[in-house]
Design a protein around this ligand. Structure first.
Ligand code: ZN
Ligand code: ZN
Length: 157
């Protein structure tokens, strides 16, 4: 899974395009019923990127999903594809829907969350599984472990 930067991606119709100029910090599959509804599928797939390395380069994403004060889901205004998520008060990362990248060959979910709500058939090859979400204190170690895992996975042999 070699990753060539910058990564670019976009929505179904192409009106919104975005770019990530740094490798992801963590990759995830989320089995929660909220993600099941927003994807109309078994789980969501996302990659967290440092905010300063992520940019929308075409189009104007609009809020959708929960439209709550604490979590912001952004969508394409035309085709309504779910693009990325930001948490209120958390400026350090943006959670981008990984299947929207033009090249997804590098992607595999390192962690899976909300397995307590997963569809019975749904399984992903995540290295770490959580019944709900990891504790806030665990993220630093997970980000470090992901970096080692992704680095090892991309080196030959
Ligand atoms: Zn679109
Ligand atoms: Zn979820």
């Amino acid at each position: 899974m070699s990753l060539s930067l910058p990564l670019e991606g976009g929505c179904r119709c192409g009106a919104v395009r975005f770019r990530a100029a740094a490798p992801p910090m963590l990759t995830m599959a989320c089995h929660c019923t909220g993600c099941q509804r927003m994807t109309a599928s078994a789980y969501s797939l996302s990659a967290a990127f440092p905010s300063e390395a992520f940019a929308v380069i075409a189009g104007e994403p609009v809020p959708g999903g929960l439209k709550r004060a604490d979590i912001h889901h952004f969508f394409c205004p035309s085709c309504l594809s779910w693009l990325f998520t930001q948490l209120e008060g958390v400026d350090s990362f943006v959670n981008v829907r990984a299947p929207l990248f033009d090249d997804t060959s590098w992607f595999s979910p390192f962690i899976e969350t909300w397995t307590a709500e997963k569809l019975p058939f749904a399984s992903v090859p995540a290295v770490h599984s959580f019944a709900a979400l990891p504790a806030m204190a665990d993220y630093e170690g997970l980000v470090r472990a992901y970096g080692e895992w992704a680095g090892a996975a991309s080196s030959p042999g």
